[in-house]
Write a protein that binds this ligand. Structure first.
Ligand code: SF4
Length: 208
């Protein structure tokens, strides 16, 4: 039997990390995409992140260290958790969010579940994760309802819940144009931000 993981060593199944981005929520954010989603939104822009196998298993302590560096060196003000489906990794996400809030940084989550559905999920860690979340963008991605006005939001059905008073709906940052970031490193290309199918197609064409 494997020994129980210590809180600092809890492994996270991670598809991708972008240490500093302005394309996944207010300010500069440390974005982490979990590997694995039980939902199947037609037109999902991250189909490679749907299987629970894959990605990399990173200890929580390593993620925290990378976040600490991003906060100190790049002025990151919080994390954004995406996927994949963060609520399907609620225990690990809650452990991460607890440390993030303790460090005075903020937590934003993009989930395919609505808030009402999330509150009915049986995993107790989901409630803890929600209690540690400042902003929740909720609901499945609906390809036929592309969002045309709100920044960072994929489809018009998705709602933005300000679960704490740390951020405000009337902050002008929500009204600016959407952002697409393209990174080239060695032979790897990654794109994050506006989840339009055209961006996904571009990413596929650029992939080595
Ligand atoms: S919830 Fe997100 S990752 Fe999961 S299928 Fe829907 S769009 Fe894709």
């Amino acid at each position: 039997m494997e020994p129980a993981a210590q809180p600092g060593d809890l492994p996270l199944q991670v598809a991708q990390i972008v240490a500093c981005t302005e394309a996944e929520g207010p300010g500069r954010r440390f974005a982490l995409w979990f590997q694995g989603c039980p939902l199947r939104c037609p037109g999902c822009c991250n189909p490679e992140m749907l299987p629970f196998d894959g990605g990399a298993r990173l200890p929580l302590s390593e993620v925290i260290e990378r976040l600490r560096r991003a906060a100190n060196q790049q002025g990151v003000e919080g994390i954004s958790l995406l996927g994949g489906e963060p609520l399907a990794h609620a225990r690990e996400a809650a452990a991460l969010a607890r440390q993030v809030q303790s460090a005075g940084l903020s937590v934003m989550i993009f989930s395919g579940y609505t808030l009402e559905e999330a509150r009915l999920l049986p995993e107790p860690a989901v409630a803890e994760l929600l209690s540690l979340t400042d902003i929740l963008v909720d609901g499945p991605y609906i390809r036929e309802q592309p969002e045309e006005h709100r920044r960072w939001i994929g489809s018009a059905n998705q709602r933005i819940h300000f679960l704490t008073d740390r951020y405000r709906a009337d902050d002008p940052c929500w009204q600016r144009r959407n952002t697409l970031e393209i990174r080239l490193r060695d032979r790897e290309v990654s794109i994050n931000g506006f989840p339009a199918p055209s961006a996904v197609g571009l990413w596929k064409r650029l992939r080595p």
